[in-house]
Design a protein around this ligand. Structure first.
Ligand code: S3P
Length: 456
């Protein structure tokens, strides 16, 4: 069931690059040792590949299909563990999900009902926050829970607006933490200004708004990813998004989506690992096909361009093309952060390989991701000898030589993959402990890395 990779290499795509299709081969340059993975330095990376379906879109499509009356068809869903949790949850609630083929599922939605056990979102902040909104609108009791990381992440940001809508949602022990106990139904529409730039909070309120008694408006200061809005409009929900000075106002009328057919585009946040890898490893030339192009996801491309990267994204085909180039430091401003919030760890690797200093301003939200990413970027890149400093909500990285050593994912998929990319330019093998975290979003990452190196 592998959709985004692999194996038979040919030169068949007309771009002069090997195409990776089929089943992965045994790893050569990436070696597994218990819970760790050893990545050998070197390259180049050459070839064309696909990354998993976008994770943000995959969660939303499953939830919208579960709410729709009738049967929807979805191709290219993310094969990561986070989305698998959301799939199991909508199935437990009563949606009928069937694997049609390797890349296609059908979802029969429409009549959801109570489940007598806690619903497990695994490691997924998007899963728990969006589902909290969806379930707050449905007239039964649900409990949402997840792993140790989920139980530490702030839920006040969704408890507050759901409370204003009239929902009864309680965190664990009176705290704003998972598990969340939700008694749904009877919601009123509200107007809510987001206190943090967060697509998860915006999405939570909009999902709840589908079941409210009148319109719901969400106001954002800095535009976050717009997948909830795009998909709801595409599936027949009455929703309008408009600029109001510097603000964006999204207004939604309650209703249910129509059943739909949807092809999930590739995840730009995963493509970003290959974009940085190809940029920093001499001789590399990589094309990632079918990468989503849309609002608030392309910030990393702009930053890499400013750093001198040879990168282009064709919105018509989704092809993201990247060749090796020397990088120089830049300043990432607070306004750019919502558009690249998940790409900061891998951009920090690019910065560690660049000439001079790169500053990321206003990245305090990284403290409440799958790990405290300001701390984990600082500690793990630091172990490689990189010059990384956190000063309040600012991250500063100065280019320097990296050494092969032992690093730890801290159970964070993006930290593990960022370390593996840094390993390519280190002076010796890099051992990444806690590699299993990668499976939450990109189970085929190590195989894809091997194939790109074999493509050279
Ligand atoms: C996501 C929003 C972002 C992002 C996360 C996915 C989404 O989180 O970090 O990986 O799908 O809405 P925040 O809303 O907390 O910024």
């Amino acid at each position: 069931g592998v959709r985004h990779g692999r194996a038979t290499q040919g030169w068949a795509d007309g771009q002069g690059l090997p195409v990776h299709l089929g089943a992965p081969r045994v790893s050569r340059v990436v070696e597994r040792l218990g819970g760790s993975t050893v990545v050998q330095p070197g390259g180049p990376l050459v070839g064309r590949l696909r990354v998993p379906g976008d994770k943000s879109i995959s969660h939303r499509v499953l939830m919208l299909a579960a709410l729709a009356d009738g049967t929807s068809t979805v191709r290219g869903l993310s094969d990561g563990g986070d989305v698998a949790c959301t799939r199991r949850i909508v199935e437990a609630l009563g949606a009928g999900v069937v694997d049609v083929d390797d890349d296609t599922i059908s979802v029969r939605g429409g009549s959801l009902g109570a489940v007598d056990h806690p619903l497990d979102v695994g490691n997924s902040g998007t899963g728990i926050r969006l589902l909290a909104g969806l379930l707050a609108g449905l007239p039964f009791r649900s409990v949402l829970d997840g792993d140790a990381s989920i139980r530490r992440r702030p839920m006040d940001r969704v408890l507050e607006p759901l409370g204003l809508m009239g929902a009864t949602v309680a965190g664990h022990d009176g705290l704003a933490l998972a598990p969340l106990d939700i008694r749904g139904g009877g919601l009123r529409g509200i107007e809510y200004r987001l206190p943090v730039a967060s697509a998860q909070v915006k999405g939570c309120v909009l999902f709840a708004g589908l079941s409210a008694d009148g319109p719901t408006t969400v106001v954002e200061d800095r535009p976050s990813r717009a997948h909830t809005e795009e998909l709801m409009v595409a599936f027949g929900i009455r929703l309008a998004s408009e600029a109001d000075g510097d603000l964006t106002r999204v207004t939604l009328q309650p209703g249910r989506p129509s059943a739909f057919d949807h092809d999930v585009a590739g995840d730009p946040s995963q493509a970003a690992f290959w974009a940085v890898a190809a940029s920093i490893v001499p001789g590399s030339e990589v094309v990632v096909g079918n990468v989503y192009a849309g609002p608030a996801r392309s910030g990393f491309i702009d930053v890499l361009k400013r750093m001198g990267a040879d990168i282009s994204h064709d919105p018509a085909t989704g092809d993201l093309m990247v060749r090796h180039a020397g990088l120089t430091g830049t300043v990432v401003t607070v306004d750019e952060v919502p558009g690249l919030v998940d790409e900061v760890p891998i951009l920090a690797v690019a910065a560690a390989c660049a000439e001079g200093e790169t500053t990321f301003d206003g990245v305090g939200e990284l403290r409440v991701k799958e790990s405290d990413r300001l701390a984990t970027v600082e500690s793990e890149l630091g172990r490689m000898g990189a010059d990384v400093r956190v000063d309040g909500d600012t991250l500063v990285v100065r280019g320097s030589a990296l050494r092969g050593t032992e690093v730890d994912s801290h159970h964070d998929h993006r930290i593990a993959m960022a370390c593996a990319v840094a390993a390519l330019v280190a002076d010796g093998p890099m051992t990444v402990d806690g590699w299993d975290a990668v499976a939450t979003s990109y189970p085929g990452f190590a195989d894809d890395l091997d194939l790109l190196r074999e493509g050279a």
